[in-house]
Design a protein around this ligand. Structure first.
Ligand code: R5P
Length: 296
């Protein structure tokens, strides 16, 4: 069986080390560098022929640089004879998985194509935006769920009273429903629409059973915070006692967290697929458990 090693890319140094510790694997000796003009460089300091490498690199901002570092490392490792599994905790461009408006490029398809050209043999990610996106890849792909970890965090830390779990839209509702079932709380769905040109989010008012309840808004991604803010305003207007927001990938663009706090979402929590002060739910156990099941 090929010896397995972990390479943590610059976007996931801590998470990569933690996954390696949990799997009892050595870290590969390699260096990533970014020059003052923005160019990236990758240097491999180990022999990797015949080895199986878990290359852990999330692709949050700067998105294209983090992706390119993944391509550079993967290409070099596979040219040197290693089998590369890309472990991409947050997979950028997963929301661009189809042509929503005529003429739009399916960017996730290009990412899939580039990964394959760069020698990636398997992809492991965490809660991909939509499972349909995985069909764009022509090699084995796996999406690991962070929902059980978010449920444990909520149980141990949020002190929820009479909770209701809400999905801000229909698209991600399966994931949120899984959270509600595991937590053992009622599940409700809002109906969100986003203007595909301006990006503006609207939530259709419908009567919800949230009076006096602690409402947990669960989404896969918080980017600008617009979706969660609109959901929180809706449930607070309908008499909820408290709104908290949990997500898998906390991109938190600009002042997203502040603007959520102003909209009375006092608790905003994400996993560490994207590192940051709100990224307190660790996905290294979930990733390690999945990676343990992979042959070579
Ligand atoms: C969209 O369908 C996703 O599930 C999220 O709801 C969305 O990406 C969140 O973006 P924002 O925080 O900018 O509203």
């Amino acid at each position: 069986m090929a010896e397995k090693l972990v390479l943590a890319g610059p976007a996931s140094e801590e998470l990569g080390r933690s996954v390696a510790d949990k799997l009892g694997l050595q870290m590969l000796n390699a260096e990533f560098r970014v020059f003052p003009d923005g160019e990236s460089k990758f240097t491999l300091n180990d022999k990797v022929s015949g080895r199986s490498i878990f290359l852990v690199q999330s692709t949050y901002q700067p998105v294209d640089q983090h992706l390119f570092q993944l391509f550079l490392a993967s290409h070099h490792l596979s040219e040197e004879g290693a089998k590369v599994t890309a472990v991409v905790p947050y997979l950028a461009y997963a929301r661009q998985d189809k042509e929503f408006l005529p003429g739009e490029g399916v960017t996730l398809g290009i990412v899939a194509h580039l990964m394959r050209s760069a020698g990636v043999r398997r992809l492991v990610t965490v809660d991909i935006h939509s499972a349909e996106g995985l069909a764009l890849f022509s090699f084995p792909t796996y999406s690991v769920s962070a929902i059980p970890s978010l449920v444990s965090y909520a149980r141990e830390n949020l002190g929820l009273k009479d909770p209701a779990v809400i999905s801000p839209d229909f698209g991600g509702s399966k994931r949120t429903e899984a959270f509600a079932q595991l937590y053992g709380a009622p599940f409700l769905k809002l109906s969100k629409t986003r203007d595909r040109t301006s990006g503006e989010v609207t939530i259709r008012d419908s009567s919800l059973d949230v009076k006096g309840k602690d409402v947990v808004i669960v989404d896969d991604i918080i980017s600008t915070g617009g979706t969660v803010r609109a959901a929180a305003e809706t449930v607070m207007k309908q008499g909820a006692r408290r709104a908290v927001a949990l997500c898998v990938h906390g991109l938190f663009v600009g002042s997203a967290v502040d603007s959520l706090e102003k909209a009375s979402v006092k608790t905003v929590v994400s996993t560490n697929t994207v590192p940051g002060k709100n990224g307190v739910v660790d996905v290294s156990d979930a990733l390690a458990s999945h990676l343990r099941t992979l042959e070579e």
